[in-house]
Design a protein around this ligand. Structure first.
Ligand code: CA
Length: 229
């Protein structure tokens, strides 16, 4: 199971997140200041870093910048304030994702799964599947075509990309922000309604048309394509 490093000076928050992650089966290490966090983040066996921004020693932004000089380990930034400058700085320094405290633990867990998943896919040799399947639904990456039970579907570019992203991250609850970032390349300031609109288009073209239930809503989080049982 993946090892997650929590860099957070607020002991209560660090402890709470640690317990939740351990409950999910992750291994957890904690650093309470920026310098220790940087040192631990550069260890080979750390798979993901949860990095607070306001830290004693070195700020989270600076830790992120220095980690990125040596490592592509996934980094999710945490901050107490909903500060646009911090968000931009964190993402500019190469953070993978961003969460504002207080956050719902389910959302954090979902983002951790996505970041780990995306990182695993980028590793050399991981390869990209050319055919993504879900039941009768088949998406061919090479030909950019989608079939349901042999019938070809006519999807717009964005519908196709959204479907591909959902299929690549099958069984992972994806937040609207993640979908926006990865499919639209919008940043966090975008209006997430566009995601709901495109999910509706896809449901009309697949679920409604073929009388199936492919794309599920995860209340309070976003969307998922889930294997049965
Ligand atoms: Ca802090």
């Amino acid at each position: 199971m993946a090892k997650i490093l929590i860099v957070e000076d607020e002991a209560k928050i660090a402890r709470f997140v640690e317990l939740e992650l351990k409950y999910e089966g992750y291994e957890v290490e904690i650093a309470h200041d920026g310098r220790k966090g940087l040192e631990m983040a550069l260890k080979k066996d750390v798979d993901l870093v949860l990095l607070d921004i306001m830290l004693p020693g070195l700020s989270g932004i600076e830790v992120c910048r220095r980690v990125r000089q040596e490592s592509q380990v996934p980094i999710i930034m945490l901050t107490a304030k909903d500060d646009v400058t911090d968000k931009v700085a964190g993402l500019d320094m190469g953070a993978d994702d961003y969460m504002t405290k207080p956050f719902a633990i389910e959302e954090l867990l979902a983002r951790i799964r996505v970041a780990l998943n995306r990182h695993a896919k980028m590793k050399p040799g991981a390869g990209r599947d050319n055919i993504l399947k879900h039941g009768e639904l088949e998406l061919n990456v090479a030909s950019h075509s989608v079939h349901y039970g042999g019938t070809e579907l006519t999807l717009t570019k964005k519908e196709y990309e959204l479907l591909e992203y959902l299929l690549r991250n099958k069984n992972i609850a994806l937040t609207r922000e993640q979908l926006l970032n990865n499919v639209w390349d919008y940043n966090y300031f975008g209006d997430t309604n566009v995601v709901d609109v495109y999910i509706r288009y896809l449901r009309q073209k697949i679920d409604d048309r073929f009388g199936v239930h492919i794309i599920s809503t995860v209340r309070g989080v976003g969307y998922i394509i889930k294997d049965e049982g």
